[in-house]
Design a protein. Sequence first.
Length: 239
Amino acid sequence: MQGVLQEITLSDNIFYSLFLAYIVQLLIYFVIAGAVSLIYGSMRNVLGVGALIDDRKLKPNQRRREILSSLMNCGIYALFMVACCRVSDAIVPSSFLEAALQIGGFLLFFDFINYFTHRLLHTKKCKRFHNHHHQSIRVTPWSTLSLHPVETILNQIPYLLFVLIFPVSSLMVMVFYIWFMVGMANGHSNYNPFANVKGWGMAKRYFGFHQAHHEYGRYNFGFIGTHWDWLFGTIAKDK
């Protein structure tokens, strides 16, 4: 892994760096989306744990459309990944504490900007870019990167800004992308493991948080949690 990061960060051949970064982004997308689909599908169908949040059928060719769109957007992610790695201050962090601070700082930075970016994408002037993602009303883990290119670029700006402002290692840049995909694939899983359990209301609402956004559109803009939506009055009320 360190060798791949060195090539992405330091190679004189920018096209080779972009190629490697694209392969990395494809692996992140397919491995994580596939794993979330497999794990949650097995929990529901084999173990009988949990249930779908929205049990409507997928639109015709929905999964194919989502994957084809994601293949293109992995290329945009690769461009930003190379840019972030090349302005990073090291290949790996010098200590566990440094790594933890970089991850924690990025989570706070990205989550704050992403909430307002998401709200911006729901304004009249920008909604046409976000409508591509909202074609998936009943979401799947494969919906995660099914975005208009303009939205993909907007989502990547916080990555580059953070690396330009703060000292970050290339390894942590990759961790940011992995963390983002895990969170988004889970948020788009349309699965609630607590659906058949009495109580656990907060956990049930958390797992249904982003599906409710796709269903109603005007609420639940947050990514990591519900705090910004509670603060700014955009939280969806329970049915």
